[in-house]
Design a protein around this ligand. Structure first.
Ligand code: UDP
Ligand code: UDP
Length: 450
């Protein structure tokens, strides 16, 4: 390790949606800084543990630092999202994680980059140890502006929640808010407020976005003056030297150019069996070619149902000439860059949005929970995609029926104007990624601490 370079420690919390942008940032920084990446064990999902293995094998110059969490009786929390549970566990255990980091770091730490989901605990520890602390916010600048304002909103609306008008920016309709925020006493609401209040005291907030995609939110955040907001996106994908996971189905190679709709709802959004059937029938009725990644459980180890059972008698046989369905992990960034892919039906997890943007692939937005409706709004505003905002999401009754899905899929795939506006987003994304201006700005700040 070169002692003249700044030494940056990164702390991702849990879930692929957090680990992937952290790995991308760590990999990009590793050419310019000494980097330590903290891995909290055991991981919640198999996807995360495989990712850590491949990542550390591929980036030998990044120093892995493992922290074993004390065992938890998860049966005591039967209805809690295991990823959210892990975020709160990391907050509870933060002082042990921090001591371990200080004790085991190979050289003194110049700055720490914490996950936004652990900011309330890590930031005070960093401050009391005199270590500069940055936050990697793993969602959009639009979501960040909402989070930044939300504690003020809640102070004046302590009992119930309505449309949230972020002054000088936009109104986030109540229907677009993460469901748990409807309950001010919910642990998620409390945790989010704690993290939001801490983030603003950090030395800077890093966001995987770029000017063309979110000009208004970035201008608003910068107008707030502090802390500095550094847009480093779109972060390039990591390059694994060896991979323990399959990459892209070879089936895609045989399909005509731009003909395939790729369907995925990310790494941890399960869909009900009834909705999966309707979606299948909708894809069948659309007559489009499709590559569909199905998830029926929040954590991948819980996914036991057979595809044929899920999709109904005869479905796979009927679509075998133009559809490919899998329950496995696919390397999404490679799928989106594939020449056969012409559209993406997405839940609008922020990483998925930035990957679609990077490759200029049209999106049909179907947000399912959390920050995804706020992100879907970015997709629609920027020209990257369409968002039928009456489609159901978390906590709502009602299925989106096959006819509606078929109609919207065909609409996305035939919309020439959308094709052009999405390609424009792609050009802007690639040009923002090329010079790495945001990253250079970040490293300059770190060099001040070396
Ligand atoms: N991903 C992937 N293959 C899959 C499912 C997900 O490569 O089969 C990746 C995807 O490319 C993205 C991340 O996992 O980088 C998921 O993050 P996102 O923010 O889109 O959604 P989340 O999973 O957090 O809901
Ligand atoms: N988040 C946060 N504090 C919390 C819970 C969530 O900062 O207590 C952030 C989280 O990092 C993500 C965003 O809120 O960027 C949306 O959370 P969501 O529930 O959608 O989970 P995610 O999509 O990140 O897995």
């Amino acid at each position: 390790m070169d002692p003249s370079r700044p030494h940056i420690a990164l702390l991702p919390s849990a879930g692929m949606g957090h680990l992937i942008p952290f790995s991308r940032l760590a990999a990009s920084l590793s050419d310019l800084c000494t980097v330590t990446m903290i891995s909290i064990l055991p991981t919640v999902s198999t996807a995360e543990s495989r990712h850590f293995t491949d990542f550390f094998n591929s980036y030998g110059k990044i120093h892995p630092l493992y922290f074993q969490l004390p065992p938890l009786d998860s049966l005591a929390y039967p209805n809690t999202d295991p990823f959210f549970l892990r975020w709160t566990r990391i907050i509870e255990t933060a002082s042990d994680i921090f001591s371990h980091l200080l004790k085991s770091a190979p050289v003194p730490i110049s700055a720490i980059i914490t996950d936004s989901a652990a900011a309330s605990a890590i930031l005070p520890l960093a401050k009391s140890n005199g270590i500069p602390c940055y936050v990697l916010f793993t969602s959009s600048a639009a979501t960040l502006s909402f989070f930044k304002y939300f504690p003020t909103y809640q102070d004046s609306n302590p009992v119930s929640i309505g449309n949230v008008e972020v002054p000088g920016l936009r109104t986030v309709p109540v229907a677009s808010l993460p469901r748990p925020l409807h309950d001010p006493s919910h642990l998620f609401t409390q945790t989010l407020i704690g993290n939001s209040l801490s983030m603003v005291k950090s030395d800077g907030i890093i966001v995987n976005t770029f000017e063309y995609l979110e000009p208004d939110s970035l201008a608003w955040l910068r107008g707030e003056h502090s802390p500095p907001v550094i847009a480093v996106g779109p972060l390039p994908p990591v390059k694994m030297a060896t991979s323990t996971v399959p990459t892209v189905p070879t089936w895609l190679d045989e399909q005509p150019e731009s003909s395939v709709v790729y369907i995925s709802f990310g790494s941890r959004t399960a869909m009900s069996k009834e909705q999966i059937r309707e979606l299948g029938l909708g894809l069948e009725a659309s007559s489009c070619r499709f590559l569909w990644v199905i998830k029926t459980s929040v954590v991948d180890t819980g996914d036991q149902t057979e595809l044929s059972q899920l999709l109904g008698e005869g479905f796979l046989e009927r679509v075998k000439d133009r559809g490919f369905v899998t329950k496995g992990w696919v390397e999404q960034d490679d799928v989106l860059r594939h020449k056969s892919v012409g559209g993406f039906l997405s839940h609008c997890g922020w990483n998925s949005v930035t990957e679609a943007a990077m490759h200029g692939v049209r999106v049909l937005a179907w947000p399912r929970m959390g920050d995804q409706r706020i992100n879907a709004d970015v997709v629609a505003r920027s020209g990257l995609g369409l968002w039928p905002d009456n489609w159901s999401w978390e906590g709502e009754e009602g299925l989106v029926n096959a006819a509606e899905i078929s109609h919207r899929v065909k609409e996305m795939m035939s919309d020439e104007n959308l094709l052009k506006t999405a390609q424009k987003v792609g050009e802007a994304a690639r040009s923002a990624a090329m010079p790495g201006k945001g990253l250079a700005e970040l490293v300059r700040k770190f060099e001040g601490f070396a």
